[in-house]
Write a protein that binds this ligand. Structure first.
Ligand SMILES: C[S@@+](CC[C@H](N)C(=O)[O-])C[C@H]1O[C@@H](n2cnc3c(N)ncnc32)[C@H](O)[C@@H]1O
Length: 458
C-alpha cells in the first residue's frame, strides 16, 4: 500500500536516480518524488510542493549528504534562468545524466534487455561559450524600463544577464550595445501582453570559423527609430557583416516573423564545417554548436558506411549540411526541407562546394518523400533523418517500412520521440547503435545519432 504524501510535508530521502529534466528522483514508500537540484547519491531534506496522482514534486530544504559531483554554481542567474539546468554538478556528471536519460527511455520502451548498444556520450573538451546563435528577448520590467536577457524557466519574465557561460562573449557585447542604443534613443521595447512597442528580439549568429556576424533585429512594425545609426554602430564597432530587420507583428512565441529587410550586407553569413562552406540565412536552421555538429556528421557517415552506388535521402536537410558531407561517397543525394530560405541556401551551398550529385527539394517530408517514390520512381538505399523535436510523422514511418532502405541513420535532439520511432520501425529495423553527443553542454538536452539496419538484409 503506497503511503499518502501531502503538500507541505517534509521528508529526509535518498536521491536514487535522475529524471528526464536532470532533476533528482526519490521514492517515498514507492511513490515517485521529483526533486530539482538534488543529485543522485545525495541524502536531502525535502519539502513537498505539489502532489499529483502518481508522483509529486519537492524542493530541497537541506542537503544532508552531498554528492561528490556537486560543484559551486559558476553563474549568478543559473537558478532562475531557463538556459542551463545542470550547472550544480561537474561536467562528467552532466554527461552521465544524459546517458542515463537514454538508458531509461530504452528500458521503458523496449524492456530491461533491449540489446541496443548505447556508446558513451561524447562531451566537449571546452564546454563553454559554444553557442553560435544567441536569441535575446527584449521587453520591459515591472518598472516599465526596457530589459534584455533570457527568459526565466517556464515563464516569459526576462532576466537580465551578464557573462553567460554558454553564449559567445561577442554576442553579448553586441546585444548590450543595442540595448544601450535603444535606451539612449527611446526605442520602445515590445510588450507582449498588450502587443505594443517596437524591438522584440535580437538574434545574433556568428560563423565560428569565418567570424562573420549576422544581426537580426526583430521588430513589431515596419520602421525602427534611427535604424541607420544603429546599423552604422554595429558595423563600425563590431564589424557585423549583415544586419537584417525582421518584421514580426503577430502575438506569438515564434521569434521570427515572415518578412526580412536587409539593412546592411547581403542578408546572410558563411561558416565552414570540415572541408565545406555553408551559406546561412536568417530563417535557416544551422546547428548551434558547430564543434559538436562536425563530430555528429562524421559519426552519421561512419554509421551509414556509404557505397558509391547508393542513393541517399537526407530528410529534414536544413541548409544541406549532412547531404553535402555524404555526397562524395555516393551516387546521388536528395535533400528535403520545408523552409524555403533554407532550401535556397542548400542549393547555393551545393554550388559553392561544387557538389553536383545532390538535389534539394522544397516541401514537407511527408509529401515529398511519397512523391519522390510514387511520381519519380526514386528509391533510397540509405535514409538520413534529422527531424524537429516531435520526431517522424506516421506517414514517414509507413513509407520507410514500405521502401525498406538498407539503413536508416536517425539523428535527433529529442531521444524520447526518437526511441518512440525506433519502436515503430522495429518490425523491420534493428537499432544497432546509439551515439549520444553533447551538443548542448550544461543543459538537459542531448543529441543522439542512431544506426538502424534492415533485418535480414543480404
Ligand atoms: C533539426 S533541423 C536539422 C537540419 C539539418 N539536418 C542540419 O543538421 O543542419 C530540422 C530541420 O527540419 C526542417 N523541418 C521541420 N519540419 C519539417 C517537415 N515536415 N518537412 C521538411 N522539413 C522539416 C526544419 O526547418 C529544420 O531545418
Amino acid at each position: 500500500m503506497e503511503k499518502k504524501i501531502r503538500k507541505n510535508e517534509e521528508y529526509v530521502v535518498d536521491i536514487i536516480d535522475y529524471g528526464m529534466e536532470g532533476e533528482g528522483i526519490a521514492k517515498i514508500d514507492n511513490f515517485t518524488v521529483f526533486v530539482p537540484n538534488a543529485m543522485q547519491g545525495e541524502t536531502c531534506k525535502i519539502h513537498i510542493v505539489k502532489v499529483l496522482s502518481s508522483y509529486a514534486y519537492a524542493k530541497v530544504v537541506e542537503i544532508i549528504k552531498k554528492s561528490e559531483h556537486r560543484v559551486k554554481e559558476d553563474c549568478d542567474t543559473y537558478q532562475r534562468c531557463g538556459g542551463c539546468q545542470l550547472r550544480h554538478m561537474d561536467y562528467e556528471e552532466t554527461l552521465n545524466i544524459k546517458q542515463r536519460k537514454i538508458e531509461n527511455l530504452l528500458q521503458k520502451t523496449f524492456g530491461e534487455d533491449s540489446g541496443i548498444k548505447i556508446a558513451k556520450t561524447i562531451g566537449m573538451g571546452n564546454p563553454y561559450h559554444y553557442r553560435n546563435k544567441a536569441q535575446y528577448p527584449v521587453g520591459t520590467n515591472k518598472q516599465g524600463e526596457p530589459v534584455i536577457g533570457i527568459y526565466a524557466q517556464r515563464t516569459h519574465e526576462i532576466i537580465p544577464m551578464e557573462n553567460c557561460l554558454i553564449q559567445l562573449p561577442i554576442s553579448e557585447q553586441i546585444a548590450f550595445a543595442i540595448y544601450k542604443f535603444m535606451k539612449e534613443n527611446q526605442i520602445p521595447a515590445y510588450n507582449e501582453k498588450i502587443g505594443e512597442g517596437l524591438l522584440r528580439h535580437i538574434v545574433i549568429r556568428v560563423g565560428l570559423h569565418t567570424h562573420e556576424i549576422m544581426c537580426v533585429l526583430v521588430v513589431n512594425g515596419k520602421k525602427l527609430i534611427k535604424e541607420q545609426e544603429l546599423v552604422e554602430l554595429l558595423v563600425k564597432r563590431f564589424n557585423v557583416k549583415t544586419v537584417v530587420k525582421n518584421i514580426n507583428q503577430k502575438n506569438t512565441n515564434v521569434i521570427l516573423g515572415p518578412e526580412n529587410i536587409v539593412l546592411h550586407g547581403d542578408g546572410y553569413i558563411y561558416d565552414t564545417l570540415g572541408e565545406y562552406t555553408f551559406k546561412i540565412s536568417p530563417m535557416s536552421f544551422y546547428q548551434v554548436n558547430p564543434v559538436q555538429a562536425e563530430l555528429l556528421y562524421q559519426i552519421a557517415l561512419e554509421m551509414a558506411d556509404l557505397d558509391k552506388e547508393d542513393i541517399v535521402f537526407d530528410l529534414y536537410c536544413g541548409i544541406g549540411t549532412i547531404g553535402i558531407f555524404a555526397s562524395k561517397y555516393v551516387k546521388k543525394v536528395y535533400g528535403v526541407e520545408v523552409v524555403e530560405q533554407a532550401v535556397e541556401d542548400a542549393k547555393e551551398n551545393a554550388k559553392i562546394n561544387q557538389v553536383k550529385n545532390i538535389e534539394f527539394l522544397s516541401g514537407n517530408v511527408e509529401t515529398v518523400f511519397t512523391n519522390l517514390m510514387e511520381k519519380k520512381n526514386i528509391y533510397p538505399d540509405v535514409i538520413i533523418v534529422d527531424p524537429p523535436r516531435k520526431g517522424l510523422e506516421e506517414i514517414t514511418i509507413t513509407n520507410m517500412l514500405a521502401v525498406e532502405p538498407k539503413k536508416i541513420i536517425y539523428i535527433s535532439c529529442n531521444p524520447a520521440t526518437m526511441v518512440r520511432d525506433m519502436e515503430l520501425l522495429k518490425e523491420k529495423y534493428e537499432t544497432k547503435l546509439m551515439q549520444p553527443v553533447d551538443m548542448f553542454p550544461y543543459s538537459k538536452h542531448v543529441e543522439v545519432c542512431a544506426l538502424l539496419e534492415l533485418k535480414n538484409y543480404q
